[in-house]
Design a protein. Structure first.
Length: 147
C-alpha cells in the first residue's frame, strides 16, 4: 500500500494514498493525551497489538498507531483529560486477549470481558483504565446474539 504523509500541527499523519476502495470511516484519527509518553507508548504498543495495531510512525513525543488501513490513533504527550476510546475487535478471543494483555501491562480493571446486553444483545466488551485514567475498551459485535 502506498502511504502519504500529511502534517497537522506538531504531528505528521501517515495515510493511505488514493481511494480506499469506498471504505468510509466516521473518525479518521484521534489524539490520546498522555503524561508519560515513553510508558504510554510501550503500553499501547503491547496492548493494541492484540487488535492488530502497529506503530506506523513517531514524531517527537507522538506515536501513530496503524490498524492496517489508517493511522487512526495518536498517543501524544500533552495535558491529560481522561476520556473513553473503544476499539473494535475481530472476535471474542481478541477482546479477552486485549483485556489480559492490558492488565499484564499495568492497566486497572474497569470491566471484565463479557456481554453488555444493556448496550445491545451481542455487545461483547472489556474495559481497562490506563496510567492516565483513560477508559480503554475493546468490543466485538456478536451478530449471532442479535435480539
Amino acid at each position: 500500500m502506498d502511504l502519504v504523509q500529511i502534517e497537522c500541527g506538531r504531528v505528521v499523519h501517515l495515510l493511505p494514498a488514493g481511494n480506499r476502495s469506498g471504505v468510509s470511516e466516521v473518525i479518521a484519527h484521534t489524539h490520546l493525551h498522555v503524561s508519560d509518553y515513553a510508558r504510554s507508548k510501550a503500553f499501547y504498543e503491547t496492548v493494541l497489538a492484540t487488535l492488530g495495531y502497529t506503530v506506523s510512525m513517531e514524531v517527537g513525543e507522538a506515536a501513530g498507531f496503524f490498524d492496517g488501513r489508517n493511522t487512526d490513533l495518536w498517543v501524544v504527550k500533552d495535558p491529560v483529560v481522561p476520556t473513553h476510546i473503544a476499539f473494535e475487535a475481530a472476535s471474542r478471543e481478541a477482546v479477552e486477549a486485549f483485556y489480559s494483555t492490558a492488565l499484564d501491562a499495568g492497566a486497572a480493571d474497569n470491566g471484565q470481558p463479557g456481554y453488555r446486553p444493556e448496550y445491545w444483545p451481542g455487545y461483547y466488551a472489556a474495559f481497562v483504565l490506563d496510567f492516565d485514567g483513560h477508559n480503554i475498551e475493546a468490543v466485538w459485535y456478536d451478530h449471532g446474539k442479535e435480539g
